[in-house]
Design a protein around this ligand. Structure first.
Ligand SMILES: NC(=O)C1=CN([C@@H]2O[C@H](COP(=O)(O)OP(=O)(O)OC[C@H]3O[C@@H](n4cnc5c(N)ncnc54)[C@H](O)[C@@H]3O)[C@@H](O)[C@H]2O)[C@H](O)CC1
Ligand SMILES: [K+]
Length: 505
């Protein structure tokens, strides 16, 4: 699903006008779209529509006029100092005025919200919100949020910034948002996504070909994307057809990470998976899964030694994809292992401790393509010169910085909504839930991405599919068991159900 910026939508509006599609028509179609949703959701009840002076309010006024044709029980609470700004909104304002539907909000505006209504429709601000919300709007928003009625937001919950999801002072908490043309980044980014439980997109008469010609600011991964990307399995195939993977990781303190990554790789369809681990760990590898092959890396005491990189380097060429990080530990010897992986030019996924090592290998990373790097926010600070707070505040900007700096690398910025970035393209995964908020989930993700590269996807699409399947599986698994109790390796075990759901659904 694509997301467009406010400026891109305004350009589409302009183009429509130049081709004789008037704003009055678009607004009327927007109203019809909301009306259809209300009918489908059984919300044709006593309705209060709150309208501001912009075109978002205009959509609300058009809805009131339309609704009034069939139902008596609609009122417009018009909260603005002046009459509507645009000619189109003024047109619908007049219709409502003629039908006596308008209540003008003065100092006692909030009082009107305490009347008996079943549904409140929020048409205060949409994509035109340009500054923090102040009075009287802030009080109206607070009163709406206190009210027990169903709240439907037109285009965006008022107070949410369309392009980045930030709350501008205060914002409506909607049960449902009906948006037009395409969804907006603000529907999906934090904290904007917390302000609407459901988002539905309606067409309003702008030709599809024009919309498809716009380069989206963001894609939200949907089921159709996953179905399209799932590697095809042929009956005339063998283990070599689906990728030979090498995972490099594990340490005395973190034995499980590389095993969980490897399990995710095998259970998502890779052909063969070998794990290179410190010698002392090697016996435990086939005990975890007999399908694994293993390499014991030279060690000194209980950690890998300086000789490990030299030992492994000539063996790398036997594989198609390498994944590293996953409990590898933080040592010069492990940095050397990551260095030989970067130097090999082979397709790779770098996670966890591998990313820690990348802070000493930024120059090598600059030169690389065929690489996916999967930092969480703290690890992202090893790769770009931004603080944790700056990255959390504006993850899209952080992704832009990464892509400018490492122009051929794929980024997976991990959070409850992972962001996948490569060159100009940005994808967000919105299925995840707190079942994934557990040590080990990242290792499973790393194994999935490596597996999909092994099965023939390019690193960018493997990252999209890996993040998508990971979160989609977490979304399915909590329908069977409580999210608190889900273990990361159980996500791998559940893949058989999520793949079937995608293949047959
Ligand atoms: N192509 C489409 O998607 C269409 C969408 N439509 C709807 O139009 C709005 C956008 O309308 P616009 O007039 O540009 O902006 P808004 O109504 O969101 O608000 C602008 C209005 O409010 C003032 N303002 C901005 N911030 C504040 C603030 N913090 N406090 C007070 N006032 C503020 C600003 O100065 C303007 O006066 C879109 O969301 C859809 O709902 C159209 O129907 C047509 C096509
Ligand atoms: K709104």
């Amino acid at each position: 699903m694509i997301c467009l910026l406010a400026a891109q939508l305004h350009q589409l509006d302009q183009r429509s006008m130049m081709h004789g599609i008037s704003t009055i028509e678009l607004m009327g179609n927007a109203a019809k779209g909301i009306y259809e949703v209300m009918r489908d959701k059984h919300l044709m009840k006593r309705v209060m529509i709150i309208c501001g002076a912009g075109n978002n309010g205009g959509d609300g006024l058009a809805l009131a006029a339309l609704y009034h044709e069939s139902f008596e029980q609609v009122r417009v609470l018009y909260v603005a100092k002046q009459a509507p700004i645009s000619e189109a909104a003024r047109y619908y304002y007049k219709l409502c005025e003629n039908q006596n539907l308008l209540i003008h909000g003065g100092a006692d505006v909030v009082r009107h919200l305490q009347q008996d209504y079943d549904v409140i429709i929020d048409g205060l601000f949409g994509i035109g919100l340009s500054r923090d919300v102040d009075e009287p709007y802030a009080s109206v928003i607070e009163a709406v949020n206190r009210s027990p009625q169903t709240i439907l937001a037109i285009d965006l919950p008022s107070g949410i910034n369309s392009d980045d999801g930030k709350v501008k002072g205060s914002a409506v908490k909607a049960d449902l948002t009906v948006t037009f043309v395409a969804s907006k980044p603000g529907h999906w980014l934090y904290p904007g996504y917390l302000y609407s439980k459901e988002v539905l997109v309606k067409e309003i008469g702008i030709p599809r070909s024009w919309i498809e010609a716009v380069c989206p600011a963001l894609h939200v991964i949907d089921e159709a994307d996953l179905k399209k990307l799932l590697p095809i399995r042929h009956s005339h195939s063998h283990k070599g057809s689906y990728g030979k993977l090498l995972g490099i990781g594990g340490s005395q303190e973190m034995t499980g990470a590389i095993l969980m990554a490897g399990e995710a790789a095998i259970r998502s369809g890779c052909g063969m998976c070998t794990l290179a681990v410190p010698e002392h760990m090697q016996p435990s590898v086939p005990l975890y899964l007999p399908e694994f092959m293993s390499i014991g890396l030279p060690q000194e005491g209980m950690t890998i030694s300086k000789a490990a990189a030299q030992y492994l380097q000539p063996r790398l060429a036997a594989y198609d994809v390498i994944f590293c990080g996953c409990g590898g530990g933080r040592s010069d010897s492990y940095t050397d292992l990551v260095r030989i992986v970067l130097d090999s030019k082979m397709a790779c996924v770098i996670d966890g401790d591998g990313i820690y090592a990348l802070q000493y290998l930024r120059e090598e990373l600059l030169m690389r393509d065929q690489i996916v790097v999967t930092p969480h926010v703290k690890e992202m600070t090893y790769l770009i010169d931004q603080s944790i707070d700056e990255i959390i505040e504006d993850p899209l900007h952080a992704a832009d910085c990464f892509c400018e700096r490492y122009p051929n690398a794929v980024l997976v910025l991990k959070s409850e909504r992972p962001l996948i970035a490569y060159k100009q393209e940005r994808y967000l995964c919105a299925w995840g839930n707190h079942a994934l908020a557990k040590g080990g989930s990242g290792d499973v993700l790393c194994g999935l991405i490596a597996s999909f590269i092994g099965q023939g996807l390019d690193p960018f699409h493997a990252a999209i599919l890996g993040c998508g399947i990971h979160a989609y599986t977490a979304h399915l698994i909590i329908q069977d068991c409580n999210a608190r109790s889900v273990l990361p390796h159980e996500i791998s075990a559940y893949l058989k159900y999520s793949f079937t759901s995608l293949e047959t659904g």
